[in-house]
Ligand binder design. Structure first.
Ligand code: PEP
Ligand code: MG
Length: 905
């Protein structure tokens, strides 16, 4: 073939297939990029000597080659697969295609990051008319053989050949109706043989050609289909939601089949090595006797608990695995312990029991709630499984957010209408809807919705993401809804069995009660209850595990963490969350209350200095009072107060009623006010008369603010006996001269107030660095500035030429087309804005060796950006109070990565 001359041929010599089984493996856990998570861990389990059905992994490199080849498998792959199949056959005493003892395999996806249920799987591959007869003879169980064959035709037909699985189900249902069978178990071997013929006929009718009997053709088809499933719409959506790059690709795992459906001594199940909701150290999961893997998640039969204790807690009648197969239960718990010891983390495993023998099919780090994550991390340190640093790395900083959100007020009245499983904790209230698209559409309008489904599937993810909470009427604790909701941090009640959804009528019906679409319901994902109407919520309290882990994080981090806050309430909240100072007190935000905004408007609208001074006299005591409270709350911790930076359009009344009201409040003619507003109108207010430019034009504003700060500092110093050390920050500076001018005014006020009050105030004057010119001129500016704080909101706006206020619609196109990887106003643009930050910091420190440098833009609470600020050598980050704990943890992780010489990507 001509493509053999292309560079791809050079890759053909590469190793594309890695085998495992029989206590050995060619791969290992660290080869995750190449083998995918599942393949790398199967190799590792095999090396640990755990019972893993033998198999091999086709690497993610092949996935890339497959797509580059126009969705065709490279020729050089085939001999490697054939060789591996021979080895697997030898380990199992069977051979692929052998009519006497046929080897059957599973073909599964397995990317670098887990994408549960998003890609395709084919089971029982290797069956055709001849090998099926062989399997029947060898197993002595024709029912099992033909049942496996019909499952294979259905799965292969659906996944590889594109014949809708509903058509197969219809054929089976028709067959059962015609023959008077109620359930699958009533079908005889001969019945299944007939169903197989019907299925083959269906495929031939649909495709115009017979179902493939060539097992190698089946195999190539299945491998290609699994690679192709990387690019299904649902997989793409999942990657977008979870920040998984499109070019990672998936590996394919081919493994000897083991059967959980070979009678009463066979079973299949899933287990977490610890409870994924609470973190409790006890094996937790579900299983089904005489079933294949799909049956556990499909929700057709109700799975049973693994442990006796869980069974009692759930009130299950069906026996636990512990009671039913005690030896295997002990073996499984043993395997779980060994896996935890090897992977130093809680594992989520899949297992099958075939005629009394345990087989491990998969292990991966288990998804868990944030409270479970904290408990597991701290417990594992106690058990000596991991170090404190490892524990700190185990918890995703963004997840902390979920701890800080409300739960149901236990004292509130509850009208429970249904109960299900407590699948994902937390509480949510909203209008009930029964369709994912509708959930998304209503949420986009700002409405709060609860998505109710019989059971969810990957097609529902966008709706689950948009919803406040998720309710299903079917499915267990490891159902799709439960796993995905936990991952997203959405409260979820699953398997509310007495509730029924009527899709046509768009209602939820429980014991005669009808809840129609749009009615408000509340979910308690912690108790599993569904409540009618809205129920009061309560703010969460942080657990002992949280405090312990954050304590370790605080010891490990180098970056300081401050808060952006200006009201006494927010300042106190920030301190509670562990802020080590206020990094940004936006003084203009102290005037949002109605009676205050009027005074600020009077100041802005004043026609001359006298008018302004009159307004400023009204503002002074308000400012002083607030500063006193803030200094009192923060004690000796630093407080950075920024001088007024009001973008004028945010403070002036708009047209119509607002103007009339403002005129009334200010005691001026409406017409005169309109004229003044017109005079002040700017085309680009964010680049207009704001920041220090206002102080240059009207220095009396600075005088008033400096006086309020120093008088408050004197008052608190005198009353508390503690020296208050304010840091005064000048915004939007572009040249040292601006700062010199303003600093001279501040110094003069400091001296005057000090003399009047007979107190010496220790203060600093610094600047925000939020313009590219300020970064470039940082060396000069630092000769006057005693500290820098990067205002990365404005710095992003001015570096990228993108308006902070108007970039939303642009950004959605840029992100959808992959032109930008992330919204630069949420995650720092390291390549551009980051370089300016680095230049500014370096030039500033060159001029002033001990220059303290912080960042107070929104990026101060974003873990990825914090990693950059650590590498850039900044001294602290400052963010909104609720993000302080996230920043503390992210800063610790950034420090650990920096010490290990690794970045986040
Ligand atoms: C900034 O620009 O990053 C900043 C913190 O200031 P503001 O958001 O108030 O403009
Ligand atoms: Mg700014």
């Amino acid at each position: 073939m001509s493509k053999s001359k292309t560079p791809k041929k050079a890759k053909a010599a590469a190793k594309w297939v890695y085998t495992f089984g029989d206590g050995a493996a060619e791969g290992h856990a660290e080869l995750r990029e190449l083998l995918g998570g599942k393949g790398a861990n199967l190799a590792e389990m095999s090396k640990l000597g755990l019972p893993v059905p033998p198999g091999f992994t086709i690497t993610t490199d092949v996935c890339a080659a497959y797509f580059a080849n126009g969705n065709a498998l490279p020729d050089a792959l085939r001999p490697q697969i054939e060789e591996a199949l021979v080895r697997v056959g030898a380990m199992t005493g069977a051979a692929f295609g052998d009519e006497a003892s046929p080897l059957l395999v599973s073909v599964r996806s397995g990317g670098r990051a887990s994408m549960p249920g998003m890609m395709d799987t084919v089971l029982n591959l290797g069956l055709n008319d001849a090998t099926c007869e062989g399997l029947a003879r060898r197993s002595g169980d024709a029912r099992f053989a033909f049942d496996s064959y019909r499952r294979f035709i259905q799965m292969y037909g659906d996944v590889v050949l594109g014949v809708d699985h509903h058509l197969f189900e219809d054929v089976l249902d028709n067959f059962k109706n015609l023959n008077g069978h109620g359930s699958d178990t009533e079908l005889t071997p001969e019945d299944w043989r007939e169903v197989v013929e019907d299925f083959k006929e269906l495929v031939e009718t649909e495709l115009g050609e017979p179902f493939p009997q060539d097992i190698y053709a089946q195999l190539w088809g299945a491998v290609g289909a699994v690679f192709s499933s990387w690019n299904t719409a649902r997989a793409i959506t999942y990657r977008r939601l979870h920040d998984i790059p499109d070019d990672w690709g998936t590996a394919v795992n081919i493994q000897a089949m083991v059967f959980g459906n070979m009678g009463e001594t066979s079973a299949t199940g899933v287990a977490f090595t610890r409870n994924p909701s609470t973190g409790e150290k006890a094996i937790f999961g579900e299983f089904l006797v005489n079933a294949q893997g799909e049956d556990v998640v499909a929700g057709i039969r109700t799975p049973q608990s693994l442990s006796e204790r869980a069974r009692l807690e759930m009130g299950d009648k069906a026996a636990s695995l512990e009671a039913l197969m005690p030896v295997l239960f002990t073996e499984l718990t043993d395997v779980c312990d060994r896996l935890e010891a090897r992977f130093s983390d809680m594992q989520d495993v899949e297992f099958t029991i075939q005629e009394g023998k345990l087989w491990m099919l998969q292990t991966r780090n288990g998804k868990r709630t944030i409270s479970a994550a904290l408990k597991i991390a701290t417990d594992m340190v106690g058990e000596g499984l991991i170090s404190q640093s490892e524990a700190v790395m185990c918890v995703e900083p963004q997840e902390i957010d979920k701890l800080l959100h409300p739960t149901l007020d236990p004292d509130a009245e509850r009208h429970v209408i249904a109960t299900g499983l407590p699948a994902s904790p937390g509480a949510a209230t909203g209008e009930i809807v029964f369709d994912a698209d509708e959930a998304e559409a209503l949420a986009a309008q700002g409405r709060k919705v609860i998505l109710a489904r019989t059971e969810t599937s990957p097609e529902d993810i966008h709706g689950m993401h948009a919803a406040q909470g998720i309710l299903t009427t079917r499915g267990g604790m490891t159902s799709h809804a439960a796993v995905v909701a936990r991952g997203m941090g959405r409260p979820c009640v699953s398997g509310a069995g007495r509730a029924r959804i009527d899709q046509e009528a768009q209602t939820l019906n429980v014991d005669g009660l009808v809840i129609a679409k749009g009615e408000v319901v509340t979910l308690d994902g912690t108790s599993g209850e569904v409540l009618k109407g809205e129920v009061a919520l309560r703010q969460p309290e942080l657990s002992g595990d949280f405090v312990t882990l954050m304590g370790w994080a605080d010891e490990l981090r180098r970056l300081g963490v401050r808060a952006n806050a200006e009201t006494p309430h927010d300042v106190a909240q920030a301190r509670d969350f562990g802020a080590e100072g206020i990094g940004l007190c936006r003084t203009e935000h102290m005037f949002f209350e109605p009676e205050r905004i009027s005074a600020v408007r009077e100041m802005i609208l004043a026609a001359d200095e006298d008018g302004r001074r009159t307004a400023l006299d009204k503002i002074l005591p308000m400012q002083r009072g607030d500063f006193v409270k803030i200094f009192e709350i923060m004690g000796e911790l630093p407080v950075t107060i920024r001088l007024l930076d009001p973008p004028l359009h945010e403070f002036l009344p708009n047209e119509g009623e607002d103007v009339a009201d403002a005129a009334l409040a200010l005691g001026v003619e409406e017409k005169a006010l309109k004229q003044r507003i017109a005079q002040l109108k700017e085309f680009n207010p964010m680049l207009g008369h704001r920041g220090c430019r206002l102080a240059i034009s009207y220095p009396e504003i600075t005088d008033m603010q400096a006086r309020a700060i120093f008088e408050a500092a004197c008052e608190v110093t005198q009353s508390s006996g503690r020296a208050v050390k304010p840091e005064i920050m000048v915004p939007l500076v572009l040249a040292r001269n601006e700062l010199d001018f303003i600093k001279a005014r501040i110094d003069a006020v400091a001296e005057a107030v000090g003399r009047e009050r007979d107190v010496t105030i220790d203060y600093q004057v610094g600047t925000m660095i939020e313009l590219p010119r300020a970064c470039l001129r940082a060396g000069e500016i630092a000769k006057t500035a005693q500290f820098f704080s990067f205002g990365t909101n404005d710095l992003t706006q001015t570096t990228m030429g993108l308006s902070r206020d108007d970039s939303g619609p642009i950004m959605s196109d840029y992100l959808a087309r992959g032109i930008l990887e992330a919204d630069p106003f949420a995650q720092l643009d390291e390549a551009g804005v980051g370089e300016l930050v680095a230049i500014g910091a370096a030039r500033g420190r060159e001029a002033r060796e001990n220059l303290k440098i912080g960042i107070c833009g929104e990026h101060g609470g974003d873990p990825q950006s914090i990693d950059f600020f650590e590498r850039a050598g900044l001294d602290y980050v400052s963010c909104s109070p609720f993000r302080v704990p996230i920043a503390r943890l992210a800063a610790a992780q950034a420090a650990l990565r920096a010490r290990a010489g690794k970045g986040t990507k």
